[in-house]
Design a protein around this ligand. Structure first.
Ligand SMILES: C[S@@+](CC[C@H](N)C(=O)[O-])C[C@H]1O[C@@H](n2cnc3c(N)ncnc32)[C@H](O)[C@@H]1O
Ligand code: SF4
Length: 374
């Protein structure tokens, strides 16, 4: 079963850490929605016409669209694909867009999962990151959604922020778990090129936290999640049983997806496609029906490396039988040999032909990945 990803590039403010393709002007909103529908029609055959299991509105800030606009897009998708009964339909939301009126309108849509960018429960952090909301607005948004019956909620947090110490991170985690939502995405801050944070770093206005502190914060994240019965099912993702993100899990399990919108990516087992990252060009070229994406046909080595990078980070691990049967014996032999030493060092665990990262290995996941690349 496949999924559809829809990129909504509009943001009210640019967060200082973020390098996702976004635009601060919403003047093209209507034209953009019409272009999305046009692209949907043009690209409907990129994935097979099987039932859709998930639809995901990511951003940018999808909550800058009215719920009726989001539902209109879903209706157009359902004119082309059959949407499975009980499909997971997610929107990423910014806390300060969530108010009584918005939620009332949201209840008229089939959206059933909300992923909220909380980031921190300290106003000073939110200010530092140039977020639009306060900590109180985080709490208000979650409680309002819960009071209206939304249970399947995820929250994003960022740790490893400049000056963040362990007490500070502990307080953030405690605030999060007190809200009683079943899914957490917690990301260590990365300094992406061309972001304001990268410039601040170069100018010495902010400082990276020491690597040891990063590890201690990650360790605390793992232990707090465990204490609250959250399963660590992907590097940055934790959930109570039954609340894993089905959409993202499908990415990590090599399922096919169609990505619509400016800068969106798609995957169909044989190729990856990325749409251009400029809204005006995207709308113009989709209007003309050509030249709005770059397509990369995947070599067998690409398929192997892609499989390693997505599966090793997850609770499901790397299935060696899958490599043997679907990628090739050459790659199977390669990973068998390469993994031996990592197993001896207790960084990987092998059980029933499945390779998984050990608790010790979680701290140096990227190095392990590099070792297993072909
Ligand atoms: C694409 S953003 C979209 C969510 C939504 N626009 C919002 O900001 O709430 C997804 C999440 O990635 C995380 N993120 C983005 N850039 C990051 C960075 N450089 N370092 C750490 N986390 C980052 C943030 O937690 C963010 O909520
Ligand atoms: S983090 Fe979210 S709200 Fe902030 S600029 Fe990026 S996409 Fe927009």
């Amino acid at each position: 079963m496949s999924g559809v990803y829809i990129h909504i590039p509009f943001c009210g403010k640019k967060c200082f850490y973020c390098d996702f393709y976004t635009t601060l002007s919403i003047k093209y909103k209507e034209e953009y929605i019409n272009t999305l529908i046009k692209e949907l029609k043009l690209r409907q055959n990129y994935i097979e016409k099987k039932e859709l299991k998930t639809i995901y509105f990511g951003g940018g800030t999808p909550t800058l669209l009215k719920p009726s606009e989001l539902q209109y897009i879903i209706d157009e998708v359902s004119n082309i694909f059959t949407i499975k009964k009980n499909a997971e339909i997610t929107i990423e939301a910014n806390p300060d867009d969530i108010n009584e009126q918005y939620v009332k309108q949201l209840q008229h849509t089939v959206i059933n999962r909300i992923s909220i960018g909380l980031q921190s429960f300290f106003d000073e952090d939110l200010k530092l990151m140039n977020r639009r909301h306060t900590s109180n607005e985080n709490i208000y948004a979650i409680q309002l959604l819960q009071s209206k019956g939304y249970i399947n909620i995820s929250g994003d947090l960022i740790y490893g922020l400049p000056k963040m110490n362990i007490d500070h991170w502990q307080k953030n985690l405690s605030e999060f778990f007190a809200l009683n939502i079943p899914h957490l995405s917690a990301y260590h801050l990365t300094y992406e090129p061309n972001t304001v944070f990268s410039k601040f770093l170069k100018k010495g206005k902010i400082k990276e936290i020491p690597e040891d502190d990063s590890l201690i914060q990650f360790e605390l994240l793992l232990s707090e999640a465990k204490k609250h019965n959250f399963i660590h099912y992907e590097t940055s993702n934790f959930a109570k049983k039954g609340y894993f993100s089905q959409h993202n899990s499908a990415y990590w399990q090599q399922k096919k997806y169609l990505g619509l919108g400016v800068s969106a990516h798609s995957y169909n087992g044989n190729s990856r496609q990325s749409n251009i990252s400029n809204i005006k060009e995207y709308m113009k070229r989709v209007g003309e029906g050509s030249n709005y994406f770059v397509k990369e046909e995947l070599s067998i080595t690409d398929k192997y490396n892609d499989y390693i990078i997505t599966s090793l980070r997850t609770i499901w691990g790397v299935d060696l039988k899958f490599i043997k049967n679907n990628i090739g014996t050459q790659y199977y032999k390669f990973i068998e040999t390469k993994s031996k030493e990592l197993i001896l060092k207790k960084l990987l665990i092998k059980e029933n032909e499945i390779l998984k990262i050990s608790p010790k290995g979680k701290f140096i996941e990227d190095n392990i990945l590099m070792d297993l690349f072909f």
